[in-house]
Design a protein around this ligand. Structure first.
Ligand code: T4K
Length: 389
């Protein structure tokens, strides 16, 4: 039943709008029959991992889609970042944004490097290049910007910045599959980029990820490193770990590539419906489009100027599991906050206090979006009552 007033909201005693939870990050699924057929072939071959034929085909398909020379599929993006940082032989400090998923910093720290937090630009939500310049020390060896929300982070500017300071440059592109900056597909900026194909991502392989690069020597070293350094039977040519993607994950990825256009179109239309239904409503704004970028709209990001946490309570009562990604900022999480409890990141903290990520993707219908928008509209239309929740 449609809700017409604040009193119809579940938090005020009405019935929840959704019987089942409406998630942020519900996986996009490919054609089931096609996937099952590929799984049957994998069973018939009895070849499950260690760079089997499906993985090779997947890497080739990804290289074509991402318009990059080399793709090294990995078991997840976190391990992918760790492998890349190790292979690059970095030491000392790596600049990372304070507002990102915790894995961006953890992967640096886990590798024995020190993540140094850089504030974000409140308008773009991406690493503030001027603050990055202030954070460079003699110990800095690399900078790892993130294309947050799949919005390219001015990668060309970071290439200039890294060259000027003599730093390695890698991009955490976990969110930016199929995105472009000034006509160039995200995948070939810097020394390398790392994508996540986690279940909740716009493009998933259950778990998984990929490192992309145009540097043939780097690609060769990465390929060794993801497989314990093996260069042949009984031949170990380098240090390495186990970062391999399985055949079944590669099959999922190949099937997902075929439905990617539908997924991207759905994300774009869901975002448009949210923005249109809530246009002009005081207190909420969606990410503005940028003519020079192609985005994947995998996160429907609302900025709520006041009473964000109360609005979240309203939504959860309706079974809408919106998320405060990436609250409260990585510098406020352990182990980083204990290392430097006084560290302030004004841009990251301001943005973290406003973000509400709303459900989207192929599991979320236009009708669902309209109902969520209606709930938000009713909640924001009575700010005094919202404030007191
Ligand atoms: N860098 C950045 C910038 C990243 O955002 C990430 C990952 C990484 C690096 C590392 O990539 P990976 O190593 O993961 O490849 C999720 C994901 O686990 C994580 O991959 C992602 N970023 C992050 C932004 O989101 P959580 O803690 O939000 O996941 P969780 O379990 O709360 O799931 C989110 C929602 O999705 C829930 O409401 C339930 C729903 N869901 C989830 C799964 C797994 C489903 O409906 N079905 C599912 O199968 O971290």
């Amino acid at each position: 039943m449609a809700k017409r007033t604040f009193d119809d909201l579940a938090i005020a005693g009405g019935l929840p709008a959704f019987d089942e939870p409406l998630h942020v990050g519900r996986p996009n699924l490919p054609d089931r029959a096609k996937f099952h057929q590929m799984v049957d072939q994998i069973f018939d071959r009895r070849w499950l991992s260690n760079r089997g034929p499906v993985l090779v085909q997947f890497e080739e398909a990804l290289a074509a889609h991402l318009r990059v020379d080399h793709v090294i599929a990995v078991c997840n993006a976190t391990v992918g970042i760790e492998i890349l940082l190790k292979v690059l032989g970095l030491t000392g400090e790596v600049l990372v944004p304070a507002f990102t998923f915790v894995a961006s910093a953890h992967s640096v720290d886990w590798t024995g490097l020190t993540p140094v937090f850089v504030d974000i630009d409140k308008a773009t939500h991406n690493m503030d290049i001027e603050d990055a310049a202030r954070k460079v020390t003699r110990q800095t060896s690399a900078v790892m910007p993130v294309h947050l929300w799949g919005e390219p982070c001015r990668p060309r500017d970071f290439e200039t910045f890294a060259a000027r300071h003599g730093l390695s440059l890698v991009f955490d592109s976990a969110h930016a599959f199929s995105c472009e900056s000034e006509g160039i597909r995200v995948a070939s900026f810097g020394s390398a980029e790392i994508f996540s194909f986690h279940a909740t991502k716009v493009f998933n392989s259950f778990e998984g990820g990929a490192i992309t690069t145009n540097d043939a020597d780097l690609a060769k070293a990465l390929r060794l490193a993801v497989n314990f350094g093996f260069s042949g039977v009984d031949q170990v040519a380098s240090m390495g770990t186990n970062g391999k993607m399985t055949e079944i994950c590669a099959a999922m990825g190949l099937c997902q590539l075929e439905t990617l256009d539908t997924t991207l179109a759905k994300n774009r239309s869901n975002q448009a419906v949210y923005a249109q239904k809530l246009a002009g409503v005081p207190g909420i704004q969606f990410r503005p489009d940028c003519a020079s970028e192609r985005r994947n709209y995998q996160y429907c990001v609302a900025e709520v100027s006041q009473w964000r946490d109360q609005l979240l309570k309203v939504l959860i009562a309706e079974n809408v599991l919106a998320r405060r990604y990436f609250y409260p900022g990585v510098h406020k999480m352990e182990p980083y906050v204990s290392r430097d409890p006084q560290l302030k990141m004004p841009g990251a903290e301001a943005v973290a206090s406003r973000i509400l990520v709303l459900p989207t993707g192929t599991a979320v219908s236009e009708e669902d979006v309209a109902r969520v928008a209606e709930i938000i509209y009713l909640a924001l239309s009575e700010p005094d009552r919202l404030a007191n929740l």
